[in-house]
Design a protein around this ligand. Structure first.
Ligand SMILES: Cc1ncc(C[n+]2csc(CCOP(=O)(O)OP(=O)(O)O)c2C)c(N)n1
Length: 688
């Protein structure tokens, strides 16, 4: 694929919105597709993002916008990660090089971004439900208009486009089951590229492969026969025999599973052949029946040789060179948390045959790919099925296994009742390992791991911890392994660690014990925190405690340096546990500082709320001697940007911490009588 040519540019210049595309003859649509593909490759080469999925649906996108009257007709893209060609054709081409950049276009569909995005997404398998809601809304409108004697107007089409990977989630079946029963007119395009992020798993994937087998897709002639059923009765009856024959060849006789669910099944059709796609889509558009499933076979990464040749088909890429396809990966200064997690879990399983690992279609993203190489028989990729993953782990736990369920914080949201009802309520020792905790940057609000502390800390039986650095992560994996008395959860962020030395083996931490990392009195660091510097502590300055949970610890230590220079006496503690809290440590901090700030990479209602509950319950706030502030993510959905920028906006960076402290406790000598003397033997101070 060549870089964007002037010819391509000239062609795309003629298409600002889909109505411009619809004015072009069908004969030009392959050239449009080629131009969109070149534009997309060029754009993603500078922004990074999802490449392979979009490349696979270029022709499908062009065909859909040509055949359907968007935006009045609704196209609902599942996940939305494949919607870059759609963005190029729907008035956003001029901003396509701002994809995933601060202030720029989202990497997914987003209602606030365009009227051509009727439903926002980023988590998978929602499209059929949303599209069915739209279809039923339309039907209710039409019925109301008829009842009132009004002209119901044009009956809009609703189309959900869902990948074969996303078809592995329960929600897709719940929606199809409902749609089949409602008989509402809905079009589901199954975009079958035989890939999820990783190769697809499960019986459904094998089933689709069987449907698509024998030349990969149907000829137009066969499809026309198949579509015969959608035509008026007389024509249909003539076509019926041949159609039945063709169908049996493919489905083995019994009709497809989609038909059993009440859908009319059409396909498989070659999703890169516009001569096939256009007539089939028109036919599907013009039929009057209930729900239709159009099975389209595409190739992930289509039209870009480096993507086609790579194992992951360039699902997600960083910036790359268009000609060679080589991605510009910055050299890492420290191992990624994901890798440290995967390697620590391998060690646990090396020593204990009861350790098993579960991922929901994210082996690479969670480090379970590493684990899978070392312990293939103990690794379970269940597909995009977080709910099932959790309850499946619950079942394993009942049999004495030690399941580690590695699911991003944001995707575990989907399995909340399974966490509550199937695991926590029964006190089963399932280990939840939540990668991408906190802000994630370019993927934006849909992927932020913002809520797990709030939604897990409120659950009886649950133990919740957060790693402050990669060495802590090693110890915490060991802690999860050792703790068999109930469910445990561990959160850690996206990206690289801070560069501390990694222990050879993890040592289980005492449950519910935090540690003091730097002490106000000594003014010097204690423990393993990096960047604590050689401060000249001022024990007579105003006394402030920073109580951090997770990787804000590094910012807390930076803030402490600045504050000490400004004359404050600062204690920095790492809570390690959000539940159970280290009560003795927290009450002690509250008793001997004028201000206590909690820091977390999570929403309101999480760690800070837990600390406030404790302080209130123990009467530690009654005397009014300590000012408490809970520094959390804001009560808004933060748009994508760099994580650094987003944390700054959230006022969780070192400078903001300093500003908050100065705001509530102006610098000066310590106020006598407001703090009690330091107890000689404070609990929870040392590293385990
Ligand atoms: C609930 C949920 N779990 C996991 C993911 C991560 N994820 C994003 S895309 C994807 C694969 C989707 O595969 P498919 O639908 O076949 O689309 P393709 O990328 O192959 O076009 C996964 C697992 C997600 N977005 N949502």
């Amino acid at each position: 694929m060549s870089p964007v040519s002037t010819e391509n540019t000239a062609l795309l210049d003629r298409i600002r919105v889909p109505s411009d595309l619809r004015r072009l003859p069908e004969s030009e649509l392959q050239s449009v597709s080629d131009a969109v593909r070149a534009e997309m490759i060029d754009a993603v080469s500078v922004t990074g993002g999802h490449l392979g999925s979009g490349l696979g649906v270029v022709e499908l996108t062009v065909a859909l916008h040509h055949v359907f009257e968007t935006p009045d007709d609704r196209i609902v893209w599942d996940v939305g990660h494949q919607a870059y060609p759609h963005k190029i054709l729907t008035g956003r081409r001029d901003r396509i090089r701002t994809l995933r950049q601060g202030g720029g276009l989202s990497g997914f569909t987003k209602r606030s971004e365009s009227e051509y995005d009727p439903f926002g997404a980023a988590h998978s398998s929602t499209s059929i439900s949303a599209a069915l809601g739209m279809a039923v809304g339309r039907d209710l409108d039409v019925a109301a208009a008829k009842a009132e004697g009004r002209d119901p107007g044009r009956r809009r089409n609703v189309i959900a486009v869902i990948g074969d990977g996303s078809m592995s989630a329960g929600m897709a079946y719940e929606a199809m089951n409902n749609a089949g029963a409602m008989h509402s007119r809905l079009i589901v395009v199954l975009n079958d590229n035989d890939m999820s992020i990783a190769p697809p798993v499960g019986a459904m994937s094998a089933y689709l492969a069987r449907l698509a087998s024998g030349g990969a897709y149907r000829s137009l002639r066969e499809t026309a026969k198949q579509l015969g059923k959608l035509l008026p009765k007389a024509i249909y009856e003539r076509a019926a025999r041949a159609e039945e024959y063709a169908r049996n060849l493919i489905t083995g006789g019994g009709g497809t599973m989609f038909e059993e669910l009440g859908f009319y099944y059409v396909g498989p059709v070659d999703g890169h052949n516009l001569d096939h796609l256009l007539p089939v889509l028109k036919n599907v558009r013009d039929n009057d029946q209930g729900p239709i499933l159009l099975h389209v076979v595409t190739q992930k990464g289509k039209g870009y040789a480096p993507a086609e040749a790579s194992a992951d088909r360039y699902h997600g890429v960083v910036k790359f060179d268009v000609l060679s396809g080589v991605q510009t990966k910055a050299k890492a200064n420290a191992p990624a948390y994901t890798r440290v997690f995967g390697e620590s879990l391998i060690k646990a399983a090396d020593a204990d045959p009861k350790v098993v690992a579960i991922t929901a279609a994210m082996p690479g993203g969670t480090g379970i790919d590493l684990f899978g190489k070392a312990h293939p028989d103990k690794t379970f990729d269940v597909g995009i099925a977080e709910q099932h993953a959790v309850t499946f782990a619950g079942g394993l736990a009942t049999e004495g296994y030690k399941p580690f369920v590695a699911i991003y914080s944001t995707f575990l949201q989907r399995a909340y009742d399974q966490v509550v009802h199937d695991v926590a309520l029964q006190n089963l020792p399932v280990r939840f390992c939540m990668d991408r905790a906190g802000l994630v940057g370019a993927d934006g609000a849909t992927h932020a791991g913002a809520f797990d502390l709030a939604y897990l800390c409120c659950l009886p039986n649950m133990t919740v911890m957060a790693a402050a650095d990669e060495a802590e992560l090693v110890h915490m994996v060991a802690t999860l392994h050792a703790h068999d008395g109930g469910p445990t959860a561990l959160r850690y962020p996206r990206g690289e660690g801070v560069g501390v030395e990694l222990p050879e083996r993890g040592v289980p931490l005492p449950i519910g014990k935090g540690r003091i990392v730097r002490e106000a009195e000594a003014g010097s660091p204690q423990g393993a925190g990096k960047g604590t510097g050689n401060s000249t502590g001022n024990s007579t300055g105003r006394r402030v405690a920073l109580l951090s949970l997770g990787t804000r610890l590094a910012e807390a230590l930076k803030a402490a340096e600045t504050l000490v220079e400004a004359g404050y006496a600062v204690t920095v503690a790492d809570a390690r546990f959000a539940k159970p809290l280290d009560e003795a440590l927290i009450l002690d901090l509250a008793s001997r500082h004028e201000a206590l700030l909690t820091l977390e990479e999570g929403s309101v209602g999480g760690f800070g709320a837990m600390v406030l509950h404790l302080l209130a319950a123990k009467g530690a706030l009654d005397a009014g001697t300590v000012k408490v502030r809970t520094l959390t993510l804001p009560d808004t959905y933060q748009d994508h940007d760099t994580p650094e920028r987003m944390y700054k906006d959230a006022k969780l960076d070192a400078q903001s911490i300093v500003d908050t402290v100065k705001d509530i406790v102006p610098s000066g000598p310590s106020k006598s009588g407001t703090v009690s003397p330091i107890s000689a033997a404070r609990p929870g101070r040392s590293r385990a």
